[in-house]
Write a protein that binds this ligand. Structure first.
Ligand code: SF4
Length: 131
């Protein structure tokens, strides 16, 4: 079962082959591949993406001093927009469809100031949603 946290259920749609390091990128490719074939369990905290992240410290996000709290808030907001709860089992295609509807709000709330925006803008799905 592939476990994914709230904001990754949205942001992963805009992966464009870039990431913190090669282990992280290879894992992202694997996660996306699995997402097409496996059911996804919505989780709280560190997930299948965080597993290979150089910033994961124990079970917390150490991207910066406030990251763990801020990212958990972002996860909660993503789950609210997606109308799913932790523990739910979902399919990637259902999430993909939901992301189209919530994207304008997500963009103005999170993408505008995100460090990764410069990467996501190269993704074709992201460009379509922005058009
Ligand atoms: S930066 Fe934090 S939330 Fe993002 S993948 Fe790494 S540990 Fe997970």
């Amino acid at each position: 079962m592939l476990k994914l946290r709230g904001h990754h259920l949205i942001c992963l749609h805009f992966f464009n082959g870039e990431g913190y390091d090669s282990a992280f990128v290879e894992n992202l490719k694997d996660v996306l591949n699995r997402s097409q074939k496996e059911e996804i369990e919505v989780c709280e905290g560190a997930d299948a993406v965080c597993e290979k992240c150089p910033y994961l410290k124990g079970d917390k996000c150490g991207y910066d001093a406030q990251a763990d709290n801020e990212i958990k808030k972002m996860d909660n907001k993503a789950l609210m927009y997606l109308k799913v709860r932790p523990g739910a089992r979902i399919k990637w295609q259902e999430i993909k469809e939901a992301v189209s509807g919530l994207f304008p709000q997500w963009f103005s709330e999170y993408c505008v100031e995100c460090d990764w925006k410069k990467v996501c803008v190269k993704n074709q799905d992201y460009q379509k949603l922005r058009a």
